[in-house]
Design a protein around this ligand. Structure first.
Ligand code: SF4
Ligand code: SF4
Length: 226
């Protein structure tokens, strides 16, 4: 219903981009993608005044007629893959062949080295970390944990009868699910706060460790695999 109302009232997939958790999850995982659509800033700045990739318009030069980017993104300004669904509309629309589909190392949006360090290469993070994205990341980690509640209870010594009783009772099932949803984020946040505190006390003059919101993205491949 939200998607229908959002599409009726607003254009450019407002619901999917800003409100829907599935859209948020897809945007998060897209940052790990092996492919990206990007345009050459030099060509866009020097040769284009129509912006067909973004606004849409009739066929022109090498470009076809389109309605423009469905997400209101410009392929030369994309900092990461979150706001691109690889629909190729901009690639078809561009009259100057500025847009390219590139292969890339997974996680390059987060800067090198991330997953597969390549000797002699390094790059700064491109993406914009955000608190709501990190909250969603830990919620997804918690959702993975929810699927393994019986295994976790077994590991901490519960017998089969107690587990099935706890899961059959609505109240304790909800309590266990909420605890599993919150546990990864809370535990990792507390652990990080403790490490920051130790670092401040033991090495007051050394470099300040990276912020929790930045390093949290390192858990993204784990969440994706889960
Ligand atoms: S990608 Fe193509 S249509 Fe879009 S601004 Fe650049 S040159 Fe113009
Ligand atoms: S591939 Fe599609 S979503 Fe991505 S920038 Fe181009 S038009 Fe927009």
């Amino acid at each position: 219903a939200g998607a229908v109302i959002g599409s009726a009232l607003f254009e450019r997939r407002v619901w999917c981009r800003y409100l829907c958790p599935i859209g948020g999850m897809n945007g998060l995982y897209a940052k790990l993608s092996l492919t990206e659509i990007r345009a050459s800033k030099g060509v866009c700045d020097s040769e284009c005044n129509t912006y067909h990739c973004y606004k849409g318009g009739p066929a022109e030069g090498q470009g076809q007629a389109t309605n423009g980017c469905p997400l209101h993104s410009h392929p030369a300004s994309l900092k990461d893959n979150r706001d691109c669904v690889l629909c190729m509309t901009c690639l078809k629309a561009c009259p100057h062949e500025s847009v390219q589909l590139n292969l890339r190392a997974p996680g390059v949006d987060f800067g090198y080295p991330f997953l597969f360090p390549v000797p002699g290469t390094s790059s700064a993070p491109q993406h914009q970390p955000s608190a709501h994205e990190v909250a969603l990341l830990f919620l997804l980690m918690g959702a993975n944990l929810c699927h393994h509640i019986p295994d976790v209870l077994r590991q901490v010594g519960w017998d089969a009868d107690s587990i099935s009783l706890a899961l059959q009772d609505k109240g304790s099932h909800i309590a266990l699910s909420l605890a599993a949803l919150a546990a990864p984020g809370v535990i990792i946040f507390l652990f990080d706060s403790l490490m920051q505190l130790f670092h401040k006390l033991l090495y007051p003059s050394s470099l300040i460790p990276r912020k929790f919101i930045d390093i949290s993205y390192a858990y993204l491949p784990l969440v994706w695999l889960g």
